[in-house]
Design a protein around this ligand. Structure first.
Ligand SMILES: NC(=O)c1ccc[n+]([C@@H]2O[C@H](COP(=O)([O-])OP(=O)(O)OC[C@H]3O[C@@H](n4cnc5c(N)ncnc54)[C@H](O)[C@@H]3O)[C@@H](O)[C@H]2O)c1
Length: 333
């Protein structure tokens, strides 16, 4: 199994690469090689198989990013929500034209006699809109309320059509907001969902731009990686023409999330400051907070763990590394 991760230097790309290195196989087949591609060549990864790292621009994709014989491409490279809203040209270029480049790369593999590679694409909950009361059915229309969501929805359609034509074999997963993101705040509009857990657990303040009863559709990095791996080897004939999946995430309120933070570090949520931010609240306020996600369960996508486990997993997997990376003192230090 030859695998490429586009966006392999990002948050989920690194988590996915780490899991592949740990497992050594995908869907029961040994991993023969892994290529990690990002704007700058990502750091290498200790693994029981060769790992190549390639730097470059998705829109001008170097051929080494998707070598001949590639079986699975995880297409995670993107300009994220708030940045794509602020910089229309950049978002459109990377999220739309970048995906087009991936289609062309797959066409070249097929024209050279290769099998259409599986392309696992990370779409987003942001490709939908709806108020706080919404519970979206699997056949709900994507009506994006931001350019990032529109670019993701358009990319899904391009990949579904390319699958129908036999250029590739796509599964697009409309990821919920992934929490808790390690490191520092990023330029996603949803960045605060992670910040209000991560920063207080590090002993630092964080700003909350929405009310405590605000509900969100979230998933953990562990579960997101499980879904990506499942999508890489599942039987796509069961999907028909519809190559997009609403995965079984978790609907949580801010209050529930903060309670889970306090369970791990009593009183930590006192570091969360209520600070109005109309721009951020305006973007995330239109993302639906819950989905039925029946089709995903039927297709074998794993159910979600409770919010308390999400916070505990962050503490186990990422808190200490984040503290060290950011040069922060140990707890009580
Ligand atoms: N993290 C979330 O909450 C979330 C939610 C829904 C969907 N998604 C999607 O999942 C994917 C991964 O998300 P993430 O949180 O790891 O994001 P990330 O920003 O950490 O990673 C994306 C990577 O893409 C790379 N990239 C951007 N422009 C590029 C270009 N022109 N050429 C090559 N690489 C480029 C970035 O350098 C970055 O490393 C993205 O497609 C994102 O839209 C994420």
């Amino acid at each position: 199994m030859r695998i490429s991760i586009l966006g392999g230097g990002g948050f989920l790309g690194r988590k996915l690469a780490g899991r592949l290195a740990h497992d050594g196989k995908l869907g029961g087949s040994a991993v023969a090689s892994l290529t990690l591609f990002d704007l700058a060549a990502p750091p290498g990864q200790a693994a029981p198989f060769p790992v190549m790292t390639v730097g470059g621009d998705l829109v001008d994709l170097p051929s080494e990013a998707i070598p001949e014989g590639t079986d699975v491409i995880f297409h995670l490279a993107a300009v994220v929500s708030a940045q794509a809203e602020q910089d229309y040209d950049l978002g459109r270029r990377v999220n739309l034209r970048g995906t087009d480049t991936v289609v062309d790369a797959c066409r070249r593999l097929v024209a050279g006699g290769g099998k259409p590679p599986r392309v696992v694409f990370t779409s987003s909950v942001a490709s939908f809109s709806g108020g706080q009361e919404t519970v979206l059915a699997d056949d709900a229309r994507q009506v994006p309320a931001n350019s990032y969501g529109a670019q993701k929805a358009a990319a899904e359609l391009m990949l579904a059509d390319a699958s129908r034509r036999g250029f590739l074999d796509a599964v697009s997963i409309r990821l919920p907001t992934v929490i808790v993101r390690p490191g520092r705040p990023n330029r996603a509009a949803s960045s605060f969902f992670s910040a209000i857990a991560r920063e207080p657990l590090l002993g630092l303040p964080a700003d909350l731009p929405v009310p405590d009863n605000f509900a969100a559709w979230v998933c953990s990095p562990r579960r997101a990686v499980d879904w990506l791996l499942h999508a890489a080897t599942m039987d796509t004939t069961r999907m028909g023409l519809d190559r997009s999946i609403n995965p079984p995430g978790l609907s949580t309120t801010i209050a529930q999330l903060l309670r889970a933070v306090d369970d791990v570090r009593p009183g930590a949520s006192g570091l969360v400051r209520r600070v109005e931010d109309k721009e951020i609240a305006g973007i995330v306020g239109l993302w639906p907070p819950a989905f039925e996600a029946i089709r995903a369960r039927t297709l074998g996508f794993a159910s979600h763990e409770p919010i308390a486990e999400v916070i505990r997993a962050f503490v186990q997997d990422d808190l200490e590394t984040t503290r060290i990376e950011r040069g922060l003192p140990p707890p009580g230090g």
